[in-house]
Design a protein around this ligand. Structure first.
Ligand code: TYD
Length: 386
């Protein structure tokens, strides 16, 4: 549906002097059989995950979101100390710590050593392995299995879901969050598309995939401001009648995430990219200094696809210490700390971490009050001032 050309791996930040990054084709497909939007050119896993740089705790929005998540699930199921939640892809343990605060037992599975050890240090028991059949066979049964922003990364969905079903008690629930494909399409946020994200989900393909694993997707909650629009779905190993919202969202996907919606999106993407680049070049011609705000994985896609490099951005500021001192792949924009950025503030920040718009605009009120501005790329490039 959309050929984005050959682009570097979004999370594989460059080191100074390490030479140009490899690029890999990024082509989006639509499955007429199950309505899944997906990539078909898979990059070998060992090329993608060398250093893992994403920390859930890097934004207050996510820390608060996961706190409310634990509260909702604990209350809904009446979880107690004897119950145990398994979080697959537990990252730095942000969600599991929230369950622990409520007295619920937890276990995390996180294959990235550097991230898993942060969780362990903070008292979250974590297994540093991939969640595969071998591991699933060694685990006890859980009353809740969670997986947030993980399914998009899974190459073999059938196998993964079968393993989830294996470790779930008969009365247990599988709870997971993913960005909603309909929002990616509506927001024009093509930078959510990168090699590590193999699937872009609607509920429709998930109902089918969960059904194959013997589970039924029966409830959903929608969060418009999480990663640009996400849903939390709940599935059970026994049949449960889908809630009215499940049916409503599936019906919306029939119009908003179907073949034609993807086709329209593919037509809008190159136009938006050109408009954003021209807007920034216009600001440069007026003598303005521009920097990136945040260095999320999606910035690699946005900057490379739009052709926004060091000639436009002086640097990108990011709070994650692991990213600072490195370069955004392909375009070579340096990642600096917010402290450094405050010593050399730009006139305009290009909001690369646009999914935290509210949190960032509130945090940068002083920058805005002094006349600083943000360029927000999606749904259409716009300038935001105080
Ligand atoms: P995120 O959008 O969560 O992830 P992805 O890498 O999957 O696209 O990344 C947001 C990045 O923005 C992360 O590196 C932390 C950074 N950030 C800041 O620098 N300042 C902030 O105030 C916030 C909220 C995030």
């Amino acid at each position: 549906m959309l050929d984005m050309g050959s682009l570097p791996l979004a999370n594989r930040l460059e080191n100074l002097g390490s030479g140009p990054s490899n690029t890999y084709p990024l082509v989006v497909y639509y499955c007429h059989n199950c309505a899944l939007i997906q990539l078909a050119d898979l990059v070998p896993r060992n090329e993608m995950f060398t250093d893992y740089l994403y920390l859930t705790s890097a934004s207050n929005t996510m820390v608060e979101h996961f706190d409310r998540y634990a509260e909702t699930i604990t209350r809904r199921l009446g979880l107690a100390i004897t119950d145990k939640v398994l979080d697959v892809g537990s990252n730095d343990g942000t969600l599991l710590k929230a369950f622990q605060r409520r007295g619920v037992g937890v276990l995390g599975i996180e294959p990235a050593q550097n991230v898993a050890s942060i969780a362990e240090k903070e008292g979250v028991p974590t297994i540093t392995e991939y969640f595969d059949l071998k591991l699933a066979n060694t685990l006890e049964k859980f009353c809740v299995v969670t997986a947030n922003n993980i399914l998009s990364h899974v190459g073999n969905l059938r196998e993964f879901l079968a393993n989830v079903a294996k470790v779930l008690r008969p009365d247990g629930l599988f709870v997971f969050e993913v960005p909603w494909a309909a929002d990616v399409l509506r927001n024009n946020s093509f930078d959510m598309i990168y090699h590590e994200h193999l699937s872009y989900f609607g509920l429709k393909p998930l109902v089918k995939a969960l059904g194959i694993a013997g589970m039924s997707l029966f409830d959903v909650e929608y969060f418009p401001s999480i990663h640009g629009g996400s849903f939390r779905a709940i599935a059970s190993p026994s049949f449960k009648e889908p809630s009215p919202l499940v049916k409503e969202m599936v019906a919306r996907e029939d119009k908003e995430a179907d073949f034609w919606a993807v086709r329209d999106f593919s037509g809008r993407v190159p136009i938006l990219a050109q408009r954003l680049r021209e807007m920034l070049l216009g600001l440069k011609r007026d003598g303005k200094r521009i920097a990136g705000y945040g260095a999320p994985a999606k910035a690699t896609i946005l900057l490379n696809y739009c052709g926004i490099g060091r000639d436009i951005l002086d640097y990108a500021s990011d709070t994650t210490p692991l990213k600072q001192g490195k370069l955004i792949p392909g375009v070579g924009v340096s990642i600096v700390s917010p402290q450094f950025a405050r010593t050399k503030p730009p006139d305009y920040y290009l909001l690369l971490a646009w999914n935290f718009r509210e949190e960032i605009l509130a945090k940068e009120q002083e920058f805005l009050d002094k006349g600083g501005r943000f360029v927000v790329p999606f749904p259409n490039p716009e300038v935001v001032d105080s």
